[in-house]
Design a protein around this ligand. Structure first.
Ligand SMILES: *Cc1c(COP(=O)(O)O)cnc(C)c1O
Length: 481
């Protein structure tokens, strides 16, 4: 497809203004005037409409096709939440309003949403309180690591290390490091769980926290999670829960009951708000009782007369971590989603997500290597190593799936699985859709043995064919000259 600049024709116009019928005034001082006209494409209105309509049809989204991108929870985002988020009462609130004298009374509805969303999340996760401010999961992790540091500092011990398993999402060690910790990585044992012997060896009074994803990025729920938490608490370390995979355990078990002290949730994953392409996220951080006093400002409180207000009087707070109140629109949509599904709906969502992943796992395991062959939670991780022997790698499988109208699964993550294919179907997909996807995966496995070049040449039906991805990363060409 051509760039809009390539459609440029000198003198072509989309829109012209009538000549002014009043004398022109000299407005801006000459030094503020640009010396040359902006280099925009001269195109007609129809050119513009065709160009952008064409681009929008190349867009791949949950609304158009199946999107089993493991760990990202690309479930369908119901449209009623958009409707609610576009109500004027929400969209017209100025962010400074609640801080103005008397202004809080004009923002009661929005403050109530923040307050109630926090209450529901606390109930779902078994935590005592949340900050709704973090703007993504990774931002929540950093907030959590800062809370952990503040907690230990208040208790007179700095502590040096954060333990993470080698299956963890890259943001976990990164967040711990940015918060000033050294990271200890524990390897995964042959059973797919964090090696407990190594964990016991590394755990000591210098460990500030143990950061775990549960179920983990292999899609497995560690049956000894409580024991791991108890051991950490035994040396005074805190337990951090990466809640990106909470989708699998909604209404089934709660991180707070397992013993996690600090958690983040990805509202944009589990609670169905649109995400991807860097779009707005929300990563509320929940804490147990003993960490509440460190939470970021401001916090929404409910006064004795039932009205809501913002509280800034927390002298042990870690301070501001985001402007205003977080990604309010995302929180609002997640809140609407929780209310709509209710207790039964959330449990059903988790059950269907787990069922779908296990269905894919069971139907594909004869064709792809399954490094950890056991019941999985909301996602299953295969390895394409059998296909790689024929020259068909995970990346080739991903490209072939694109040709067939599917978004690829997450590939090459978790990093401990060679040629990883991480499939997360999510609860919103029908059995028919899963079957179509599975059939293509089986076709790929057959082609890998019989005619691998058909897979390695893919995609052939896309406007952009095989790219040199290394070159694209090393020498990005991002500007039209
Ligand atoms: C998505 C994800 C994160 C990071 O969340 P963002 O909202 O993308 O910053 C962290 N951990 C896991 C396991 C994830 O899947």
């Amino acid at each position: 497809m051509k760039l809009i600049f390539e459609k440029h024709k000198e003198g072509r116009r989309g829109f012209t203004q009538a000549k002014p019928d009043v004398p022109e005034t000299k407005g801006l001082d000459g030094k503020y005037m640009r010396k040359s006209a902006p280099r925009l494409a001269s195109v007609s209105e129809l050119d513009v409409i065709r160009h952008y309509s064409g681009l929008s049809r190349l867009n791949y989204s949950v609304d158009t096709n199946f999107y089993p991108l493991g760990s990202c929870t690309m479930k369908y985002n119901p449209k009623f939440t958009e409707r609610i988020a576009s109500l004027e009462g929400f969209t017209d609130v100025h962010p400074l309003l609640p801080q103005l004298s008397g202004g809080g009374m004009l923002a009661q509805g929005s403050l109530e949403v923040l307050y109630e969303a926090e209450r529901l999340l606390s109930e779902i996760t078994g935590m005592s309180a949340f900050t709704m401010q973090p703007l993504a999961g990774a931002h929540g992790e950093l907030t959590g690591a800062m809370l952990i540091a503040a907690y230990h500092k208040a208790n007179g011990a700095r502590r040096k290390y954060v333990i993470v398993p080698d299956s963890s999402h890259g943001t976990n060690p990164a967040s711990a490091a940015i918060a000033g910790y050294e990271v200890i990585v524990i390897k995964t044992g042959p059973d797919g769980y964090m090696d407990l012997e190594e964990y016991k060896k590394k755990l000591n009074k210098d460990v500030a926290a143990v950061m775990l994803t549960c179920p983990d990025t292999l899609g497995l729920f560690n049956p000894r999670i409580k024991e791991i938490a108890d051991m950490a608490h035994g040396v005074g370390a805190l337990m951090y829960y990466d809640g990106a995979n909470l989708n699998a355990m909604l209404g089934k078990c709660r991180p707070g009951d397992i013993g996690f002290d600090v958690i983040h949730i990805n509202l944009h994953k589990t609670f169905a708000t649109p995400h991807g392409g860097g779009g707005p996220g929300s990563g509320p951080v929940g804490v147990g009782e003993k960490l509440i006093e460190f939470l970021p400002i401001s916090r929404v409180i409910r006064r004795s007369d039932g009205t809501f207000a913002l509280d800034y009087h927390c002298h042990k707070t870690i301070g501001y971590i985001a402007p205003f109140y977080g990604n309010f629109g995302v929180i609002l949509k997640a809140y609407a989603y929780m209310l709509c599904l209710g207790r039964e709906g959330l449990v059903e969502a988790a059950e269907a997500a787990v069922l779908g992943a296990n269905y894919c796992r069971a139907r594909l395991k004869a064709y792809y290597d399954l490094p950890f062959d056991k019941i999985c939670m909301h996602e299953c991780v295969f390895s394409a190593s059998r296909q790689a022997k024929h020259g068909v790698h995970a990346i080739d499988i991903a490209k072939y799936l694109i040709d067939k109208g599917f978004h690829p699964p997450t590939v090459y993550f978790p990093m401990i699985v060679k040629e990883a294919l991480m499939i997360e179907p999510t609860e919103t997909e029908s059995k028919e859709t899963l079957d179509e996807f599975i059939e293509v995966m089986i076709e790929i496995a057959r082609l890998a043995e019989e005619n691998p070049s058909l897979v390695t040449q893919a995609p052939i039906h896309m406007p952009v064919k095989r790219l040199d991805e290394t070159k694209a990363a090393r020498e990005p060409n991002l500007r039209f000259r």
